[in-house]
Design a protein around this ligand. Structure first.
Ligand SMILES: NC(=O)C1=CN([C@@H]2O[C@H](COP(=O)(O)OP(=O)(O)OC[C@H]3O[C@@H](n4cnc5c(N)ncnc54)[C@H](OP(=O)(O)O)[C@@H]3O)[C@@H](O)[C@H]2O)C=CC1
Ligand SMILES: O=C(O)CCC(=O)C(=O)O
Length: 444
């Protein structure tokens, strides 16, 4: 067996019952074979891969809080500080009932390479809790966030670990978390990103992941002689990433016609009304049935189904493994030209391979959704300088970063004779910088 196979086997053995973590490691290491095999003995001697797949630190803690009926509730909190070779751990917090240590580890592992691809000095980490913010009052959300931060604040800081939002964690939650950090530590520092503008947030951070996804997609399409204008776009999700992906897609002349949430999905052949979607999801925190009630052209369907709509471009922006082989077959049959991931690992390995085998351009999340964390790093830079840059300044840096990411991964793929394999390109380009930093810092 090769070194790569040995390490994949080790990860499965040492991390039982963590299928998403196994999947993320397998996807990365499989495409690194070409790099590892060039210098296998050296990598092996330094146990480089064993160090890469083992988090530097993994925290698990109790989060007790009191609900509106006076009942004490207990959730579990996590922070996985995966790799700090390039800079302070950086990555979001996810609050969702499905959260467990394997999910946080897969997200933290992906984050290492994504953050490396941004070209900015940020290491990889991720955290969260099995707490479900849905249906909770603002007071309950605050009580949970304060308890979560009371423990987490011991392990984070502007130069050590800088969390941000992810599923279930938006501006409201970041505000409560930041307030509690400041209260305990007495520090007004850039310890979290995704803050509101009134206390150190960055313009464009709200839009960054969705806008960045479209800047990347547009660059990938242009480099393959495809114009995004008038293309039909199918989007899943109806949260932060999906909303701003839809908005930027429209600004670039594309036509997004779907969105989805955890109970159903919308097909709106006239094109999604993004202002209405913001009102329903960001302001009212309501279901998509509310969108359909207000919009005569929209159809609402229960369950899952956006991938059945004929389209040119597909943008999965909800959650992991939401696009499987069956979905990929339907998309290919319907003539899809490109898929770019807004979510983290939304496409299964089998579906990704099917797209690639059928010449569908495929932008992997660690490259295509890196705009969010890149803009978080820009927020950190502004916090350190005690400055606020304009929307145009941040947006133009974001656009540059996303275009550079596309060209770097394209070049990395070509260097190994894997032209247009952007999955391999992203893993290789992300890995090379991390390895360089790890080697320079000795055996740590
Ligand atoms: N926010 C960011 O900056 C970044 C986010 N990402 C990734 O993008 C994805 C979306 O995150 P974000 O938009 O921030 O999160 P949000 O919480 O804002 O939105 C998530 C959306 O996906 C839906 N969803 C969540 N879980 C499921 C599920 N199990 N089945 C079906 N639908 C589901 C939600 O439905 P409902 O409304 O019913 O809850 C919601 O519409 C995640 O994979 C995240 O890791 C990646 C890079 C950066
Ligand atoms: O902005 C950040 O630090 C978090 C972004 C994130 O969680 C992600 O890229 O998946």
């Amino acid at each position: 067996m090769s070194y790569v196979d040995d390490v994949i086997e080790l990860v499965v053995k040492q991390n039982p019952s963590e299928p998403e973590f196994h999947q993320a490691v397998k996807e990365v290491l499989e495409s690194l074979r070409v790099v590892i095999e060039e210098n296998e003995e050296e990598f092996k001697k330094n146990a480089l891969l064993e160090r890469l797949v083992n988090p530097e630190r993994q925290l698990k803690f109790r989060v007790p809080w009191v609900d509106d009926n006076g009942q004490v509730q207990v959730n579990t909190g996590y922070r996985v500080q995966f790799n700090s070779a390039i800079g302070p751990y950086k990555g979001g917090l996810r609050f969702h009932p499905s959260v467990n240590v394997g999910i946080i580890k897969f997200l933290g592992f992906e984050q290492i390479f994504k953050n490396s691809l941004t070209g900015l000095p940020i290491g990889g980490g991720k955290g969260g809790s099995d707490f479900d913010p849905k249906g909770k009052s603002d007071r309950e959300i605050m009580a949970f966030c304060q308890s979560f931060m009371t423990e987490l604040c011991k392990y984070i800081g502007a130069d050590t670990d800088v969390p941000a939002g992810d599923i279930g964690v938006g501006g409201r939650e970041i505000g409560f978390l930041y307030g509690q950090y400041k209260r305990i530590k007495g520090l007004s520092e850039g310890v979290l990103t995704g803050k509101a503008l009134s206390y150190g947030g960055s313009l464009t951070r709200t839009e960054a992941t969705g806008y960045g996804l479209l800047y990347f997609t547009d660059e990938m399409l242009k480099n393959n002689d495809i114009d995004i204008k008038d293309k039909t776009i199918v989007v899943s999700g109806a949260g932060n990433v999906a909303i701003y992906a839809i908005e930027k897609a429209q600004q670039l002349g594309g036509k997004p016609v779907t969105c989805s949430d955890s109970t159903g999905w919308i097909y709106d052949p006239e094109g999604i009304d993004v202002e209405l979607l913001k009102e329903v999801k960001e302001v009212k925190r309501a279901r998509l049935t509310e969108y359909a009630r207000e919009r005569p052209s929209a159809e609402y369907h229960e369950g899952k189904g956006v991938w059945s709509i004929k389209c040119d471009i597909a943008l999965p922006c909800a959650t992991q493994n939401e696009l499987d082989l069956e979905d990929a077959k339907i998309l290919v049959e319907n003539g899809v030209l490109a898929v770019a991931e807004g979510a983290n690992m939304p496409t299964t390995i089998e579906a990704t391979e099917y797209f690639q085998a059928n010449d569908v351009l495929f932008g992997p999340g660690k490259a295509s959704n890196a705009g969010g964390v890149a803009t978080s790093a820009l927020e950190m830079a502004q916090n350190s300088q005690r400055l606020s840059w304009t929307f145009e300044e941040v947006d133009s840096k974001l656009q540059n970063i996303m275009q550079n990411i596309f060209h770097n991964i394209d070049d990395a793929a070509k260097a190994y004779g894997l032209d247009k394999n952007y999955v391999a390109g992203a893993n290789i380009a992300g890995f090379e910088k991390v390895v360089d930093a790890m080697n320079a810092q000795g055996i740590v």
